[in-house]
Design a protein around this ligand. Structure first.
Ligand code: HEC
Ligand code: HEC
Length: 196
C-alpha cells in the first residue's frame, strides 16, 4: 500500500486546496472575486471548523472509560465515527438505548432493527451501557431508513417502532440527544414509558 492510500478523503481534498492555493498565488490574485478569495483562505487556514467544534463540544472521555464500545453513551456517535474522525471505525448507524422515558438507565440486550430503502434489514444488539453500532464497512444502507426496537420488554407487541423514516442519518442521538443528563429537545431512544 502506498502512503497516499492512508490519506482520508478530507486530507486529500485539503491537499487539492493547498495545490490550488499555490496556483492562485502565482497567478493574478486580482482576477479572483473577493468572496472567492476569502472562501479559499478559509479552506486553507482551517480544515473544517464546524466539524472540530462539534467534536470539541462533546468533551473529554469520562475518567476510567477507554475509547471503545462502552464510551460516550447517549452522544451522537457519528460526529466522530462518521467519516471525518477522530473516531474509528466509521459507523453507518449507531446510538444508545435506554430503558424508559425520562430515565437514563441503559437498556442492555435490546435488538435495534434497521431497514433501508432496499428492504435490506440489519440488527444490532445494545451492550451494557445501551450502545449499539454498525460499521460502515459492513453496511452502507440506502436512505431513508426505518427503525424499531424489537424486545419482549416493550409496552406493546414486543416492539417500539419509530414511526417516521430517517431521511439521511443513522446517528440516532443527532436527534435523540440525552447524553449525561443534558437537557434535550428529544428524549433519548427508550423502550418503555415506565421503568422496568
Ligand atoms: C468525541 C468523539 C467520539 C464520539 C462522540 C464517539 N467516539 Fe467512539 N471513538 C472515538 C475515538 C477517538 C476512538 C479511538 C479510535 C482509535 O483508537 O483509533 C473511538 C473508538 C471507538 C470504538 C473502538 C473501535 C475499535 O476498533 O477498538 C468503538 C466501538 C466506539 N468508539 C464506539 C462509539 C459509540 C457506540 C459511540 C456513540 C455512543 C461513540 N463511539 C462516540 C471518538 C468518539
Ligand atoms: C432525524 C431525527 C431522528 C433520528 C436521526 C432518529 N430519530 Fe427516532 N425519532 C425521531 C422523532 C421525531 C420521533 C417521534 C416521531 C416518530 O415516532 O416518528 C422518533 C421516535 C423514535 C422512537 C419511538 C419513541 C416513542 O416515543 O414512541 C424510537 C424507538 C426511535 N425514534 C428510535 C430511533 C433509533 C434507534 C434511531 C437511530 C437508528 C433514531 N430513532 C434516529 C427523530 C429521529
Amino acid at each position: 500500500m502506498g502512503s497516499h492510500a492512508l490519506d482520508s478523503p478530507a486530507a486529500a481534498s485539503r491537499k487539492k486546496v493547498r495545490r490550488s492555493a499555490r496556483l492562485t498565488h502565482s497567478s493574478n490574485l486580482r482576477s479572483l472575486s473577493a468572496p472567492r478569495t476569502f472562501a479559499l483562505l478559509l479552506l486553507v487556514t482551517c480544515a473544517d471548523p464546524v466539524h472540530s467544534d462539534a467534536v470539541d463540544a462533546l468533551g473529554e472521555e469520562r475518567r476510567g472509560v477507554r475509547p471503545g464500545p462502552t464510551h460516550r453513551p447517549g452522544q451522537p456517535c457519528l460526529v466522530c465515527h462518521g467519516g471525518q474522525g477522530p473516531g474509528s471505525p466509521d459507523f453507518s448507524v449507531a446510538g444508545t438505548v435506554y430503558a424508559a422515558r425520562g430515565v437514563l438507565e441503559p437498556l442492555a440486550g435490546t435488538t435495534v432493527v434497521i431497514e433501508d430503502a432496499n428492504h435490506d434489514v440489519r440488527r444490532a444488539t445494545s451492550n451494557e451501557v445501551g450502545n449499539f453500532y454498525i460499521a460502515a464497512q459492513t453496511w452502507s444502507p440506502v436512505f431513508p431508513l426505518t427503525t424499531k426496537l424489537d424486545d419482549p420488554r416493550a409496552d406493546v407487541d414486543g416492539e417500539k417502532p419509530m414511526l417516521t423514516p430517517l431521511p439521511r442519518t443513522g446517528d440516532c442521538a443527532s436527534c435523540h440527544y440525552g447524553a449525561d443528563n443534558e437537557p434535550t429537545h428529544m428524549p433519548p431512544v427508550f423502550l418503555r414509558s415506565k421503568a422496568l
